[in-house]
Design a protein around this ligand. Structure first.
Ligand code: ZN
Ligand code: ZN
Length: 356
């Protein structure tokens, strides 16, 4: 983590910063190891940092981080401003996408013109895109756990089960296997509700010949996994079978396009091209994937306009989908690791439509 902080401070010269205020939880965790809900990192030239927190987290912070810990009462932003003024620093950066208007106002007031506040883009988020070998192993374990929870649950699915019961069982299995929590609210949709890309589970019962969509992820050691699989009790309609074939082909084409140095947009285009061949490109209403790690959605975004060049060590999802109102939707999602010559699919679960 010392190396991570040094990598961040190496960019200070770009904006002539003397310090950087990191207030966004996942970024604080990434740079310090601290996992509490209230924390702020004040980072100085050279990589040293002070972690501010409140008395509830005093013991935890001291155990989790090698940074100096300062336990304060009241707003952490005010404490950070006082430290900046005391050290007579002139330019302090803040995370422009993460600090609220109110937070900025509080900070400026506490600084009382003793230092200039400088908005900084997503430095830490960019840094987080390429994972270390420890992070990759954590993601690998999270992905395997998630798939195991899926297998354990699906072997017992019977017609008549409610979407909400299935979601509860999936999350229960995750916890049983050691996950801290689901990485996001588990999506279970059946029948024509599969056309809602982010459907919340309802009390609907899954009946015969219903298509079933499960999108689930676990959080293990802080790291996320993300997978979407489809199943059917009986036989899906011919139209849906064709849609499934198209999405599977698109998913494999996008996966095959992943490689170091290829742009994120190229991977997205590979999926879109296949769906266009089936006349389904208009039904593909989201991007092909996203990075994941400490958060379920991280950079890069594998979308039409993202020019980010993929690098070995990025963990991303590949998840094309098509959605037709009144009929249903199909999405197939894996978590993959970008390598120099291609990618490694981390998700072990078969991608064929699961017949229940
Ligand atoms: Zn997902
Ligand atoms: Zn996803």
């Amino acid at each position: 983590l010392d190396a991570r902080r040094l990598q961040t401070t190496a960019r200070f010269a770009e904006q002539k910063l003397d310090a950087l205020i990191i207030s966004y939880g996942p970024n604080v965790r990434y740079l310090t190891g601290y996992t509490g809900s209230n924390g702020l990192l004040l980072l100085f030239v050279g990589g040293q940092g002070v972690l501010f927190t409140d008395p509830r987290y005093a013991i935890q912070a001291a155990r989790e981080t090698t940074c100096k810990v300062k336990v304060v009462r009241g707003p952490l932003l005010v404490a950070a401003a006082k430290a900046i003024a005391a050290k007579r620093l002139k330019r302090a950066g803040f995370e422009q996408a993460r600090l609220s208007w109110e937070g900025h106002a509080m900070l400026s007031k506490a600084l009382a013109r003793k230092a200039v506040l400088e908005p900084v883009g997503g430095w830490i988020e960019e840094q987080r895109m390429v994972k270390s070998s420890e992070e990759i192993e954590a993601i690998r374990r999270s992905v395997l756990l998630n798939s195991q929870a899926y297998v354990n649950t699906m072997k017992n699915v019977r017609p008549g089960v409610r979407e909400s019961e299935l979601a509860a069982e999936l999350e229960y299995q995750m916890r049983r296997l050691g996950a801290e929590k689901p990485a996001f609210e588990t999506i279970v949709a059946s029948g024509e509700r599969t056309a809602l890309p982010h459907a919340h589970p309802t009390a609907n019962r899954i009946s015969s010949n219903d298509l079933l969509l499960v999108d689930m992820g676990a959080s293990l050691e802080g790291y996320s996994s993300d997978m979407t699989r489809m199943a059917c009790l009986g036989q899906p309609a011919a139209k849906l079978k064709r849609m499934y074939k198209a999405v599977l082909e698109a998913q494999l084409a996008a996966k095959d396009a992943v490689r170091e140095n290829v742009t994120a947009a190229r991977v997205d285009a590979a999926a879109r091209k296949i769906l266009k061949g089936y006349g389904l490109d208009q039904a593909f209403v989201h991007s092909t994937g996203h990075g994941l790690g400490l958060e379920i959605h991280e950079l890069p975004r594998l979308g039409k306009r993202d020019k980010t060049r993929l690098r070995a060590g990025m963990a991303v999802t590949i998840e094309p989908g098509v959605y037709v109102e009144g009929l249903g939707g199909i999405r197939i999602e894996d978590t993959v690791l970008v390598t120099r010559n291609g990618c490694e699919v981390l998700t072990p679960t078969p991608k064929e439509l699961l017949s229940l």
